[in-house]
Design a protein around this ligand. Sequence first.
Ligand code: HEM
Length: 487
Amino acid sequence: MEFLKTLGQVQLVGIALLVGVVGYVYNVLRSPLNKVPGPWYASWTNIVTKYHFLTGCNPTYIHSLHSKYGPVVRIGPNDVDVADPVAAQTIHRIKDEFLKSEFYTQFLPGVTNIFNCVNRDHHRRYRRLLSSPLSETGLKPMLPQIDSRVRFGIQRMGEEMKSRGAVDICKWWMFMTTDIIGELTFGESFKMLELGRKNQYIKDLEGSAFIGGLRATFPLLSKLSFYVPIPFFWKAGPITGRLAMYSRDSIQRQRTLLEENPDMAPTLFSKMFKAKSEDSLSGVELEDNAQAYIVGGSDTTAMSLTYLVWAVCRDPQIKEKLVNELQTRLSDDFSYDDVKELPYLNQVIEETTRIYAAAPSGLPRTVPSGGASLAGYWIPGGATVLTQAYSLHRSEAFPDPERFDPSRWENPTKAMKDSMMPFGGGSRICLGVHLARIELRLATARFFRAFPNAIVSELEGMSDRDMDQDLFFLITPRGHRCLIQAN
Ligand code: HEM
């Protein structure tokens, strides 16, 4: 009797499994996304993209799919990558119809800020309250602070060049950008340039983009990791906890500083401390958004500067042209206004953000419920569409796309401009774009004015292999260093 009962239960489980499998297969075979080209396995699983994420090669893998299948390619059962500039603009429209996908919630669990919030109204409120101090006009009063940190960074690089024979620009740009965003956000820098060596804070910042991408790519494992230790994930909790703590402590310190000295130099958050509650963010919101600033505002700019200097130093003609412009067009006491419009400097920066986009990976968005036609393909509502700068920046608009060639920006075509998305687009375009451009211009100008003969060093075994790119959510040189020397 007991045996028959068990047999019945096994049969029931077997039937349920069979129904599940048949249902799954039926859904896969009938999916409207089947018309989108892509490898056969993409209809069944996105495990291959997940694997490539882990190896730091996902953007190059997806780019190889575009080379084979065209500008719209299916990369998972519900995921489509789009490398068509017009379709990318539709996805990233200011009207905000394609909302950020759940990827972003997983990126930073337990925190809601301007970067990861999905809700349209919440985002609009953040944007309304936070945009003005980071606009070009809003940043003007902060130019002296930014420039002073840039000068100090260059001075510290010079010191290392003397003592070591070469300078690790990757490290110093990271210290500089961290100090700048710290000072502008909290009123006090993290004093990394003074310290001159990586501490826990820098290690946490460096790890945060990888951890965020890891969590968002493996949401189930991420949840499980709260209960059982899982390789790779075990660092995530402590890093997130410490980043939250840095923000909390720094916001509290700013509050105290402001009480002690109401006339202290303005910060990106000053107005929030003084405003009425409806025009302000709560304490927790300030802390959460501070995290978006310190994480989003350090690595990105630092890695852009690192690849810029490396690429320029490798090509004597490009370096000569840039140095010549900086030496002939600038006086010794130049300021930001003098560098802002320098044509070749801006071309070098544009080309760096193209080929070494600091955020090269797909930016996932959910297709609105009515579905959308993108580059000739019908994509149903609820599907996830991704656009990756890595592919857009290598579109047909750029002949010989792997060549670092700033002069291609002398007279850019419309197609070139339309293909560029280094700072994202539409309503979710990078909030720090103006700050990033100020830092890139000032730091590049001051670096090549100070070290016009800079070359890539071969000291300590430094080679081009160190600069191979790890592409997780952000770009990182695989060797985690870039040694430059000058005489
Ligand atoms: C070269 C430097 C930088 C690059 C390449 C860059 C790139 C990007 C990209 C691609 C996005 C869009 C992400 C998405 O749609 O998922 C973004 C968003 C954002 N970035 Fe940057 N970023 C840079 C510097 C900065 C700086 C200096 C800050 C400092 C405040 C910053 C703060 C933010 C914030 C808060 C967002 C979210 C904006 C929103 O969703 O409304 N970024 N950035």
